[in-house]
Design a protein around this ligand. Structure first.
Ligand code: PRX
Length: 635
């Protein structure tokens, strides 16, 4: 018998030990007892990190939507599966039951089929947080189409890069979206993005804001009439365990975004099992994750993990500040939320506002608070603990990544004692280790190292779409036979891990991963710019903000600098999205470079953090004189 729900610390250690000593037995028992399979697996696990190749539950056949929907119908058909809370609090919330979700997903799946979408085809979903987003994700999975959800805050250029990278045949979008007191013309962004996307034949358009939009003849179709005509029966496609389920793009430190490929069986087992334990989920709980489904957090812990457990999962369309800074807490009271999962950047933003926004509401339903996306600083942790959890709801600081598919290092609520800023202990099945600069494993405690994982886990990404070599180089080359996370961490004397942040050129701004290279490429497109370098510097709310050092082709007049700054941010918004805008832009005559021409970002980082007392060795620089100039003109 597997210990599917871990209830105390001793049990955690027992389960953890088993997961390391007998990983195959461990993962077999969980898969056997808690899911519906059309055919059993032949092999639980085969792996070789040198290729790298990892396969879980090979030979098994299943459909993830059967597990997330159909198998609950008999006992929970009338239970709410998705609870939709609209942007405008005056608009009524929607309770979509498992029966209704079944019908909606089947209808949508039949629409996809009628538009020529087959197993293995890629479908890009560019939708706001409305029920159609979850339904379309599940409809793709129902017929074996590979969904590629693109966060609806990304620009037209970012959207088209992602569509072209995986040759999507279809785009699903809406006539627009609501965000606080703004409306956004999503369809206009899609039209712009699709100017150069030859693979896309069809655009399905959901109605949300009822605006007048342009529908391109022969390509664009309104979704609703198609759904109205579609049959509500769609037999799930039989999928092999390792068939791709979805692609999700994440920023790398260099080049274009990486399309992380997640496969079916292992992802399902791991997200379901982690959901149950990380949130201590019990039948009839109301669970709310505030992320967007455009990110991995939404895939794993709004859609698949909760639904695989037959849970009620809340989808919120709006923002924490609309109509005022009490919105999150108003929703907690209104729907009697039991588990609340959000990002440190949201906590910091709300902590800046009057406490009255929190105190106005009854938060007594809360049992578990979660945090994800970046390190949570001690101050934010305490504010969350004191004012939201009232010191009675444990905080789970969950460390994981798009690439890992599910939570990797985390406390289990009511099981693991928490320490602020520590993600604490590995989840069962996860074998972390810290590596030093010489590639040796760090055995001692309290030493900063690079966080790696030594053994495969079921929900790890299997490749980068169309570029297995890049997958190997990025994650499996720094340390042979280990998955390298890109994060730094340290371990305390009781074995708790504290994540210290990225050790590569990825900067996490408001919980969003941003690679420096794509932003620099965008800036360099400006006709006046010769070269640029981006670094991160600490920011009270966003965690990190971006600081750009820009060399202009001609020095020009200082009075023009303000408009240049605006234009540079405009270009970034067009290429990537507003999330990548720079907070500070310093024009400079040079950038500190090594003799081999590499920019010494370490120095720029220190200057942007106003930490110039010890810049380290600058003697190896080709142009050491530029450092003083940059310091003198720093903002
Ligand atoms: O640096 C780590 C940080 O977010 C990165 C992964 O980002 P992404 O793929 O967008 O996925 C975010 C949601 C799972 C990690 O490499 N990160 C995530 N969670 C934490 C964190 N850093 C510290 N503590 C966390 N709890």
């Amino acid at each position: 018998m597997s210990n599917y729900h871990i209830k105390h610390l001793e049990e955690y250690f027992k389960v953890y030990r088993k997961s390391v000593r007998e990983p195959e037995v461990f993962w077999e028992e969980i898969a056997e007892e808690h899911f519906t399979w059309y055919k059993r697996w032949d092999t639980i696990l085969s792996w070789d990190f040198s290729k790298p190749e990892v396969k879980w539950y090979e030979g098994a056949q299943l459909n993830i939507t059967e597990n997330c929907i159909d198998r609950h119908l008999l006992t929970k058909g009338n239970k709410t599966a998705i609870l939709f809370e609209p942007n405008n609090p005056k608009e009524e919330a929607q309770h979509i039951t498992y029966n209704q979700l079944h019908e909606q997903v089947n209808k949508f799946a039949n629409v996809l089929k009628s538009q020529g979408i087959k197993k293995g085809d890629r479908v890009c979903i560019y939708l706001p947080m409305i029920p159609e987003l979850a339904v379309s994700v599940l409809a793709c999975a129902r017929i074996g189409a590979i969904h590629s959800v693109v966060f609806a805050g990304f620009s037209a250029t970012a959207l088209s890069t992602r569509i072209n990278d995986s040759d999507c045949k279809m785009v699903i979008t809406s006539d627009g979206s609501y965000r606080g007191n703004k409306t956004i013309d999503l369809k206009g962004i899609v039209d712009e993005g699709l100017k150069d996307c030859p693979s896309v034949n069809t655009v399905l358009v959901a109605k949300r804001i009822h605006s007048e939009i342009n529908m391109k003849e022969g390509r664009d179709l309104w979704l609703q009439p198609l759904l109205d005509e579609a049959s509500s029966e769609c037999t799930p496609e039989i999928m092999d365990a390792e068939d791709p389920l979805f692609i999700l793009y994440t920023s790398g430190s260099t080049g274009k975004p990486k399309g992380m490929v997640h496969t079916t069986a292992g992802y399902m087992v791991y997200t379901a099992y982690t959901f149950k334990n990380v949130f201590n989920y019990r039948e009839d709980d109301i669970y709310w994750c505030t992320a967007d489904i455009g990110w991995i957090t939404g895939h794993s812990y709004i859609v698949y993990g909760p639904l695989a457990n037959g849970a009620t999962t809340v989808m919120f369309e709006g923002v924490p500040s609309y109509p005022d800074f009490g919105r999150f807490w108003e929703i907690v009271e209104k729907h009697k939320i039991n588990q609340f999962y959000t990002a440190p950047t949201a906590i910091r933003a709300l902590a800046k506002e009057k406490l009255e926004f929190v105190d106005r509401y009854d938060l007594s339903s809360l049992k578990v608070l979660g945090s994800v996306g970046e390190p949570i600083n001690e101050e934010a942790w305490h504010w969350y603990n004191d004012n939201v959890g009232k010191r009675k709801s444990p905080i789970v600081d969950t460390w994981w990544q798009t690439e890992t598919g599910g939570v990797m290092i985390t406390p289990l609520p009511y099981v693991t004692p928490t320490i602020p800023t520590y993600a604490s202990l590995p989840f069962p099945g996860i074998q972390p280790t810290l590596m030093d600069e010489n590639g040796e494993e760090i055995k001692e405690n309290q030493i900063d190292g690079r966080l790696c994982i030594k053994f495969p886990w079921p929900s790890m990404a299997r490749t980068i779409w169309g570029n297995h070599q890049r997958y190997k180089e990025t994650y499996f080359s720094a340390y042979p036979n280990k998955y390298f996370t890109g994060d730094g961490a340290l371990r305390n004397t009781v074995g708790y891990y504290r994540i210290t942040g990225r050790v590569d050129d990825v900067i996490i701004v408001s919980g969003h991963n941003l690679g420096t290279a794509p932003i620099e490429d965008a800036i360099n497109e400006h006709p006046a710019v010769a070269e640029s370098a981006i670094v991160g510097f600490p920011h009270d709310i966003k965690g990190n903000a971006l600081y750009g050092y820009v060399i202009l082709k001609e020095v020009g007049e200082t009075r023009k600098h303000e408009s240049l700054r605006k234009e540079i941010n405009q270009i970034i918004t067009e290429h990537i999205g507003p999330i990548a805008k720079l907070d500070k832009i310093q024009f400079t005559n040079g950038l500190p470079k090594t003799r081999s021409g590499k920019i010494m970002r370490r120095i720029l980082r220190k200057i942007s953090c106003k930490d110039i007392s010890n810049l380290g060795d600058t003697s190896t620089l080709l142009n050491p004189e530029v450092v003083q100039e940059i310091i003198d003109n720093s903002i």
